[in-house]
Design a protein around this ligand. Sequence first.
Ligand code: PEP
Length: 248
Amino acid sequence: MSGKLVIGNWKMNGRLAANLALIESMLESPALQQARVAIAPPFAYLGQAATLLADSHIMLGAQDVSAFAADGAYTGEVSASMLADVGCRYVLVGHSERRQYFRESDAQLGQKLQAVVAAGLIPVYCVGETLAERESGAYREVVAAQLSVLSVLNGAECVVAYEPVWAIGTGKVASVAQIDEVHQYIRATLLQCHGGSDSICVLYGGSVKADNADAILALESVGGALVGGASLDVNSFGQICQAAKKTV
Ligand code: PEP
């Protein structure tokens, strides 16, 4: 596998038949061959995806995880060790849709991060400012506060995804200069606060599409892409993977 990491977040989309068709077309697509790529279907379809992806280079991720690490009476929850058991490698933690609709607190996110690492999986910790926070100029402080939760990991392996909330699912893309500025800031902050973390991969997410992937992924500060809408279309997702493969 070569190039930067691309993770497809399916969000709450998919059905057995549609997933089968999409995953089969991904497995056949030359654009995805050799790419460092993962998909994160809804919990209900992780088993199906794991079966279809067995023996392939496409990795599996989950979109969320319980903050409770041990099995027990937590109706409706899915633990990190269950995600490991079905073959996940990555787990999204703190996606802005979880923060917004489910009011996930920093304390819960810290527990989720720890549970993911304890299960031997890699958290993909999402940070990013709202439009109001961007316009107020406070976006760096917002991102720094979100990053501070990572201290619970004590340097364990982690991926960070910078996703400006105003660019997610809106078709609005942050400019290459805006992306580079925040990615540089995140990398510097991680290095300062989580010593030795210069190697942390920082993905960009927010309306990444076939037509902007080249410019975004060419940035040295960008370690890959977290892709929502475009990950449901094999041609678009393939072109993003193609852009990622050209990079190192
Ligand atoms: C996401 O879900 O993380 C995301 C970036 O979505 P989209 O690509 O649709 O903006």
